[in-house]
Design a binder for this molecule. Structure first.
Ligand code: NAG
Ligand code: NAG
Ligand code: NAG
Ligand code: NAG
Length: 303
């Protein structure tokens, strides 16, 4: 399959993706063993819903290379729904999972029936996420600073300082209505100390068109599955960028219901995978089980 060639001490060595995967999985396995103080030999893994059989097989292979027996591979959106216990909710049929991370947006519509999950449709935008919101904020702040100090910032180190500070400003604007960029840019000489306030509403304004794009794959997946938004019983938010208040607000207003958010959106998938492992291991206190039916749909790309 695909392989990479890396050079170690001028000796070329072929490395297969599953070997790199195995290294990462092995690291996590050791961390879990240290924490649990018992050997970990079996695992349940999650993969993006769009993964085909071959990609799933290679994921299993990576797990095996790391010394794990892979009990099951489940889809990330299914895992998120499991984390919220939606498989136990009576009269629930359709769950929409919105996953907005650093660089991609994925929307999946799941049907839940008698403890079974079926993915009905997937749509997404592989070019939308946290890094795009950062870039807008970075350009805006850079321009403001440059206008104020009448100088262009081109020093690499200073640009990196700004880039890191922008991420912090973005995170703060999730909790506060105002954040303060406070940095030292050494290339600016006597103007090196910069303090710049930024409001949440300004952040929302400069990203308005990008935030609106979050709704596009949602509409696409509803159309593709011949559903209307009223058919969606529960909405689950996954991925760090779904913490952004405006993103939540747009989704809430679109569905006219409160999305599920109480689990850390960056941990929801991992929590769901452990729920699945607990069910399979027979350790789950509830008498419910949940299985996932094989996926037959293809992701629709929205730009
Ligand atoms: C590369 O070579 C140096 C010096 O011979 C050695 O100390 C080091 O361990 C080697 N690194 C790897 C990854 O093999
Ligand atoms: C294991 O992880 C939990 C949760 O993060 C933590 O509270 C606990 O202290 C860890 N235990 C050990 C032995 O590292
Ligand atoms: C994946 O693995 C299963 C079980 O080993 C096998 O039946 C299937 O043909 C494999 N699929 C692909 C696409 O390699
Ligand atoms: C973010 O919030 C923390 C805690 O309130 C504060 O110490 C920090 O200065 C803030 N940073 C920015 C860039 O607003």
């Amino acid at each position: 399959m695909v392989r990479y060639v890396i050079s170690v001490n001028e000796t070329d060595r072929r490395v297969y993706p599953e070997e790199i995967g195995a290294t990462i999985i092995g690291f996590l396995k050791s961390a879990a063993e240290r924490n649990l103080t018992v050997p970990v030999t079996k695992a349940v893994m999650s993969v993006p819903a769009e993964f085909d059989d071959l990609q799933r097989n290679y994921t299993i292979k990576a797990g095996n290379l790391a010394g794990l027996e892979i009990y099951r591979v489940i889809n990330e959106p299914t895992a998120a729904a499991l984390a919220y216990g939606l498989h136990t909710k009576p009269n629930l049929q359709n769950v929409l999972v919105v996953d907005l991370g650093g660089g991609t947006l994925d929307v999946s519509l799941l049907r839940v029936q008698g403890g079974m999950f079926l993915t009905q449709g997937i749509a997404g935008n592989n070019r939308l996420g946290g890094q795009d919101f950062n870039l807008r904020l970075y350009n805006y702040l850079k321009e403001r600073i440059e206008r104020r100090v009448h100088q262009v910032i081109s020093d690499r180190e200073d640009l990196q300082t700004l880039r890191l500070a922008v991420e912090e400003v973005k995170l703060n604007l999730t909790k506060s209505h105002t954040a303060f960029l406070h940095i030292h840019l050494h290339s600016l000489g006597k103007n090196s100390e910069i303090t710049e306030p930024i409001s949440r509403s300004k952040f929302e304004e400069i990203n308005k068109d990008l935030f609106m794009k979050v709704l596009e794959p949602i509409q696409t997946v509803l159309q593709a599955t011949h559903s209307v938004k009223e058919d969606v019983d529960e909405v689950v938010l996954v991925g760090g960028s779904t913490r952004i208040p405006k993103v939540r607000e747009l989704i809430r207003e679109f569905f006219m219901k409160e999305p599920n958010t109480h689990i850390d959106p960056e941990l929801a998938v991992a929590v769901g995978v452990s729920v699945q492992a607990g069910i399979l291991g027979g350790m789950w206190p509830l008498t419910v089980s949940a299985v996932e039916l094989p996926i037959r749909v293809k992701k629709i790309h929205v730009q």
